[in-house]
Every structure is written in C-alpha cells, then in structure tokens.
Design a protein around this ligand. Structure first.
Ligand SMILES: Nc1nc2c(c(=O)[nH]1)N[C@H]1C(S)=C(S)[C@@H](COP(=O)(O)O)O[C@H]1N2
Ligand SMILES: [Mo]
Length: 177
C-alpha cells in the first residue's frame, strides 16, 4: 500500500516490539478473559476455548505508534468487544473501562472507543497466532487510537465509574491517545 501517513509518522515494514517489561507466558489452559464491574465483581469470563468459539472477526487496517512508526494494511483476527458484551448480555453504556493484562500493564479507554466495531481482542496477526512479543495469546486491538491503548496480554476489562490513568497514562501519556 502506498498512501500518505499521518503527519510525523514514518512507514515501518518490520514490527517493532515495545514492552514495558518481560513477556508473560500464560498457558492457554490458564488463560481467561474477564469483564468486571466497577466493584471488581465478575460480570462474565471466558476460557480460551470458550473465547475461540465466539464469533470471530477479521480486520485489515493501519496502525500508528506514538513513537512515530506506522504500519499499513495489517491483518488481524479476534473477537470484537461488541461480540463479547453481547455474549455476556451487557448493554454498553458511556463510561470508561480499564484494560488489565498479564504482567500488570493497564490502559484506560472510553467504552465507546471499543464498541461499534472499533475494538477487539485479537489473537491472530497476518494469519498466524499472535507472537508472545506482540501480545499473544491475545491483545486488545484498537487501531483508531495510538498503539499504547492496544494492551498486550490482555486478560480483561474493568468498568470504571470515571476515567482513571493506566500505566503509560500515569507517566504522562495523554488520557485518550
Ligand atoms: N501489556 C502491555 N501492552 C502494551 C505495552 C506494554 O508495555 N505492555 N506497550 C504499549 C505500547 S506503548 C505500544 S506502542 C504497543 C506496542 O505493540 P508491539 O510491541 O506489538 O509493537 O503495545 C502497547 N501495549
Ligand atoms: Mo507506544
């Protein structure tokens, strides 16, 4: 693909790894994805097999990192947040969620940036299982926001009563991204 990049971004043909810590390696039989209410109560939880049995969505899209690289036409497969909320019988409201991950990373997002087809929990990249370095077995994928919002090794979403900073946001990254 060849088309203009956003101002200040350069085209990256490799796939840089940007992790704040070591790569966690949770075995699939210990993996779950959980949606929690603001009080920490479990609203829904899926094992790996249950998660993989949910309706799957494929997207092809560009990604942009705040450290200035962009990749064009990347292919991802996973379960959209719409699908997860529907399967859990949760009606999406406005409000904010905190994504939490193996390794302790967190990032905050308005729920409406994850719904309407805008966010997914992705487990395949370019037709292959997602590499651990890139967040495998599964990562949040929110391509219309900067890539730090695409939490690697994501294990769940927690509804919050208001906005609150995640990991990079607490170090001064913009709350919205
Ligand atoms: N769990 C976790 N997710 C994370 C990060 C991290 O350090 N830990 N870094 C974020 C940042 S700043 C970026 S740019 C992207 C990098 O994803 P990549 O390593 O697949 O390129 O992951 C985001 N998700
Ligand atoms: Mo980043």
């Amino acid at each position: 693909a060849s088309r203009p990049l956003p101002p200040g971004q350069y085209l990256e043909t490799g796939f840089p790894v940007l992790s704040a810590g070591p790569t966690p390696r949770t075995p699939l039989d210990k993996w779950t994805f959980t949606v929690e209410g603001g009080d920490g109560a479990k609203l829904a939880s899926w094992t790996w097999n249950e998660f993989m049995a949910l309706p799957q969505t494929e997207v092809k899209t560009d990604i942009h990192c705040v450290t200035k690289w962009s990749k064009l036409d990347t292919r991802w497969k996973g379960v959209t947040i719409d699908t997860l909320l529907k399967a859990a019988d949760i009606t999406p409201g406005d409000g904010y969620v905190m994504a939490f991950c193996d390794g302790g990373y967190t990032t905050n997002l308005p729920l409406e940036d994850l719904t309407g087809g805008k966010g997914m929990v992705a487990h395949e990249f370019e037709g292959e299982p997602l590499d651990p370095e890139h967040g495998g077995p599964a990562r949040l994928f929110v391509p219309h926001l900067y890539f730090w919002k695409s939490a690697k090794w994501v294990r769940g979403l927690r509804f919050m009563s208001g906005d609150a900073p995640g990991f990079w946001e607490a170090y001064g990254y913009h709350m919205y991204g």
